[in-house]
Design a protein around this ligand. Structure first.
Ligand SMILES: NC(=O)c1ccc[n+]([C@@H]2O[C@H](COP(=O)([O-])OP(=O)(O)OC[C@H]3O[C@@H](n4cnc5c(N)ncnc54)[C@H](OP(=O)(O)O)[C@@H]3O)[C@@H](O)[C@H]2O)c1
Length: 261
């Protein structure tokens, strides 16, 4: 495993487990299987309604809490000060933990002042309930506004990121500001894996399309959180270190956003 180092010094595993749409017993068994394979970073959110099931998968694995990197997100309806504190309390209880490694504002709000939400996030950080604060779905403009408020260190932005949703301007801004970027839907929700041109290139190289897509991101220093219910896919998605993309593949993936636009 390789790690992205957050501004606070925490090491964030560069491949995490996405859990959107996983619920109940399926979420529990996927988490157990992933932890068994070596995943240590789990991405969830109060909106996914799977935090209790995830906690059960963690418990079953027997892996100590301090070896895990758990990310959750506060939903867009809970962004007033008191609501953030209450949402975090619920999330900690559901996940059966005292702290989150990273807590994100799931979506920016058009109505609640960003400062108010960030003050609550800073309060949680001060209490030790949250080790690092981040955001999600923040464009470069909104992220700049958040940084200008200077309320709490923003250590992560989680955004859709794959060749058809190329986030190069955001990545460069985050690089300048020392913010780690996480790619959600790194496989284009599974659609990109079926791309014929990519399939041919992957076959020639003894890799899979998913691996080329995940390597394209991790080479840029971007953390990835693919979701899978298949043990074979979970294993494959972890095997993206210790080898590099060649120029032909890198150029094609870099250019696909432009082609799609
Ligand atoms: N912050 C946000 O607003 C936000 C929004 C969306 C998602 N997210 C996070 O990002 C995570 C990942 O994004 P996502 O769930 O949208 O989609 P994704 O990870 O891009 O794609 C998931 C799909 O890809 C398939 N897949 C996974 N590995 C594969 C492989 N090696 N080969 C072939 N197919 C493979 C899965 O099917 P199988 O089960 O058959 O493998 C599943 O259908 C989410 O689960 C969630 O944690 C965050």
């Amino acid at each position: 495993m390789e790690y992205a180092i957050l501004r606070s010094g925490a090491a964030m595993p560069m491949v995490g487990l996405g859990t959107w749409t996983l619920r109940g017993a399926e979420a529990t068994s996927v988490v157990s299987a992933a932890l068994e394979l070596g995943y240590r970073h789990i991405d969830t959110a109060e909106a996914y309604e799977n935090q209790r099931a995830i906690a059960e998968g963690i418990r079953a694995s027997g892996i100590p809490r301090e070896e895990l990197f758990i990310v959750s997100k506060v939903w867009r309806d809970h962004l007033h000060y008191e609501e953030v504190l209450m949402a975090a309390r619920r999330t900690l209880a559901e996940l059966r933990t005292d702290y989150l490694d990273l807590y994100l504002i799931h979506w920016p709000s058009a109505t609640v002042p960003l400062r108010e939400t960030l003050v609550a996030m800073e309060e949680l950080r001060g209490r030790g309930q949250v080790r690092a604060v981040g955001v999600s779905n923040f464009t470069p403009d909104v992220l700049r506004q958040a940084l200008a408020l200077n309320v709490t260190p923003i250590e992560n932005d989680q955004v859709p990121y794959h060749p058809h949703a190329n986030q190069e301007p955001l990545r460069l801004l985050c690089q300048q500001e020392g913010i780690v970027v996480t790619a959600y839907s790194p496989l284009g929700r599974g659609d990109l894996v079926r791309n014929e041109e990519l399939r041919a290139l992957a076959n020639e190289r003894g890799r899979t399309v998913a691996q080329l897509l995940l390597r394209w991101l991790t080479e840029k220093g971007v953390v990835v959180i693919p979701r899978s219910t298949s043990v074979a896919h979970l294993r494959e998605n972890l095997d993206v270190f210790g080898w590099d993309l060649d120029e032909e593949v890198r150029r094609l993936l870099d250019s696909m956003g432009a082609q799609a636009a």
